[in-house]
Design a protein. Structure first.
Length: 364
């Protein structure tokens, strides 16, 4: 097990991620240095305050541009603000300042979305006595194939913006929702949490803009677990599914949680972020509930499965590669491609592979 990283190691990792890795895609180098210079730690309110200040600065610029009628500057400034507020709540809203960052992330993203070339429909789907909230984007030509998409423990639906745009530019619709235990999802993670995905799928199949014979699902990081489960739950309703770095069985065992708890590919609070999915606080509580998510123990792996692509980095320290080999040893044949790098691999290269593979499944 690795030791926790020092503050300077975390700051250097942030510098390396600026502009190309979540949650720092919209961060400016000079402004990020300003925020980092204020931090004596990366915990709680210290972290949130530094990034919330930048979010508020760009929010003010966005509103001024909007008042002046400059739509392009308003959109770009809202996106800057959304990005900084999103960093403030990272990895999850565990303090008042982080919760403020999350609320403002949603607000700024929706404010920016008014100016998107591809409009967003904020969808509310009844689920038990609650609502599933998602963002639906559609291409000009409908009915169209559709991608259902979600992220992992800390990359929520607003942060999947660039991926959703890419899917629609390929001529597909895209529906983005939060994974169980994150964002606005109405349920915590658990063995029955897949019901939010099956409910959303049935709703989307009733939309006249959707080609119901060409629906695919793409789950990133922990979200790959849910896309794999949905591929086994609804193989006759999905044309394709992608597991981009999600756990299957070994990931959910205490041994792996011990081994990965200080993975140096994660900024900080990895165990806390995982536990938050289940509404838990401690490592021991997490280890008590995690095994119930094993798809092997649930008996799904030998059942029929929609065509499944498995992609990840081959040096992943957050999710064991043994989980992907386990998928290959059970049930229907799958497609797998491993790339250089750690968790999620080299994202641009992997995403190109995902797009190419989806075209092969959706265009035929």
């Amino acid at each position: 097990m690795n030791q926790p990283r020092s503050l300077e190691e975390i700051k250097n990792d942030i510098r390396a991620r600026l502009g190309h890795r979540a949650p720092f895609l919209h961060a400016d180098k000079a402004e990020a240095e300003e925020a980092l210079g204020k931090m004596s730690s990366v915990q709680g309110e210290t972290w949130a305050q530094a990034w919330n200040e930048l979010g508020a600065r760009w929010e003010a610029k966005a509103r001024a541009s909007e008042s002046a009628g400059n739509k392009h500057e308003a959109k770009e400034s809202y996106l800057k603000s959304y990005g900084y507020y999103g960093i403030a709540r990272h990895p999850f809203p565990s303090t008042p300042g982080k919760h403020h960052g999350y609320v403002k992330t949603r607000e700024m993203f929706l404010a920016a979305s008014k100016y998107f070339e591809i409009p967003i429909e904020r969808v509310s789907i009844p689920f038990q006595d609650k609502q599933i909230i998602g963002h639906l984007r559609l291409p000009k030509k409908v009915p169209a194939p559709l991608i259902m998409h979600w992220g992992g423990i800390d990359n929520w639906k607003e942060e999947r913006h660039s991926f959703a745009e890419s899917f629609v530019k390929e001529g597909w619709g895209c529906f983005v929702m939060d994974s169980p235990g994150t964002g606005e999802c109405p349920v915590l993670a658990g063995p029955e949490a897949h019901q939010v995905h099956t409910t959303a799928l049935e709703y989307l199949r009733k939309r006249p803009e959707v080609n119901t014979t060409r629906i695919a699902v793409v789950g990133a990081s922990f979200g790959g677990h849910w896309s794999t489960k949905l591929a086994h739950l609804a193989p006759d309703k999905l044309r394709a599914a992608v597991n981009w770095g999600g756990g299957i069985h070994y990931f959910f065992q205490r041994e792996w949680q011990e081994r990965s708890r200080n993975a140096d590919s994660y900024l900080f609070d990895l165990i806390e972020a995982r536990a938050n999915l289940f509404g838990k606080k401690s490592f021991d509580e997490l280890c008590q509930v995690m095994p119930a998510l094993s798809l092997l123990d649930q008996g799904w792996l030998d059942k029929p499965c929609a065509p499944l692509l498995i992609v990840n980095g081959k040096e992943d320290k957050q999710v064991p590669l043994e989980d992907f080999y386990l998928l290959l040893e059970h049930g229907d044949p799958k497609t797998i491609r491993l790339f250089p790098g750690g968790h999620m691999g080299a994202i641009p290269n992997i995403f190109k592979t995902v797009i190419t593979w989806l075209h092969q499944r959706l265009d035929g």
